[in-house]
Design a protein around this ligand. Structure first.
Ligand SMILES: N[C@@H](CCC[C@H](N)C(=O)O)C(=O)O
Length: 271
């Protein structure tokens, strides 16, 4: 393969889709930010909600994982991408378990039928300030590795018709309920049950995505839930979430879509 041609893997976790690059060692952050802008473009390239770099140098030990939004900004933690990485490493190396390390969050991952299960701890610490604060009668700001606004939507009002992009622009873009651009989630709890519907608008994707794993965690925290809860995402897929003491368990679908060779201009390929 020529030096400027890279293997790119396309995968999705509950419809949240990613272009994934695999390599040994650290990547160059500026180059990857530019590669994210290039590869995530849905009109001119593969198209994705984010670009993922997986450093496999230490396998079967920890995989270092970095994620960039389509605008080239860094994602703190991406739980849908984490499941995709587990499924990809299973495909490539036949491993069924791996530790995935984001900059501030360490995740244990296992392959399960149709997807992956993740286990992780989220603690308030210097690099990962966990913050949940009420910002309205039924709205919360939740800071995980990235900022989220959660709005508790009346389950009797048609959530699928809600103008999510407008709500995010009014309340989660830095001028409304939160003072900084945030991901914005509408959550409706059916009959007070353990079953929730969620719609997510992701900052820096600047669009509604089909699912957001961190958004499910933020919603669980905002709504002060306990025990196991299921979030049905816009894609119709389900993300199962439970918390015991400080440990979270998240299970959901992840699928490889295709892989292909791409000349990436940002990584030195000729335009
Ligand atoms: N989709 C992700 C989280 C994405 C975070 C976001 N775009 C940001 O930068 O804040 C997930 O599944 O966790």
């Amino acid at each position: 393969m020529q030096d400027d041609i890279r293997r790119v893997y396309k995968a999705h976790g509950a419809g949240n889709d990613f272009a994934i690059l695999v390599g040994s060692g650290e990547c160059i952050a500026d180059e990857m930010a530019a590669a994210a802008r290039e590869l995530c473009d849905r009109h001119r390239s593969i198209g994705a909600d984010g670009l993922v770099w997986v450093d496999i140098a230490a396998l079967p030990g920890p995989a270092q994982v970095r994620v960039w939004n389509p605008d080239g900004s860094v994602v703190g933690m991406c739980l849908n991408a984490a499941r995709c990485v587990m499924v990809l490493l299973h495909r490539l190396f036949d491993i069924t378990q791996v530790q995935i390390r984001f900059a501030n969050v360490v995740i244990e991952a296992w392959v399960v039928p149709g997807g992956a299960r993740l286990q992780f701890a989220l603690q308030a610490s210097a690099g990962n300030d966990l913050e949940v604060s009420a910002i309205g009668p039924r709205a919360w700001f939740v800071n995980l590795a990235d900022p989220h606004v959660v709005i508790d939507w009346d389950a009797n009002a048609a959530m699928h018709e809600a103008p999510l992009a407008d709500i995010a622009a009014a309340h989660a873009s830095g001028g409304g309920l939160s003072d900084r651009p945030s991901n914005c989630h509408l959550v409706a709890r059916d009959g007070g049950s353990e079953y929730h519907r969620i719609r997510s608008f992701e900052r820096r994707v600047e669009a509604e995505t089909l699912a957001c794993g961190s958004g499910c965690v933020a919603s669980y925290l905002a709504l002060s839930l306990e025990g196991e809860h299921v979030f049905q995402t816009t894609s119709g897929d389900r993300i199962r979430l439970a918390k015991t003491r400080s440990h979270w368990s998240l299970e959901g679908p992840a699928l490889m879509v295709f892989d292909t060779d791409v000349r990436i201009v940002a990584l030195g390929g000729a335009a």
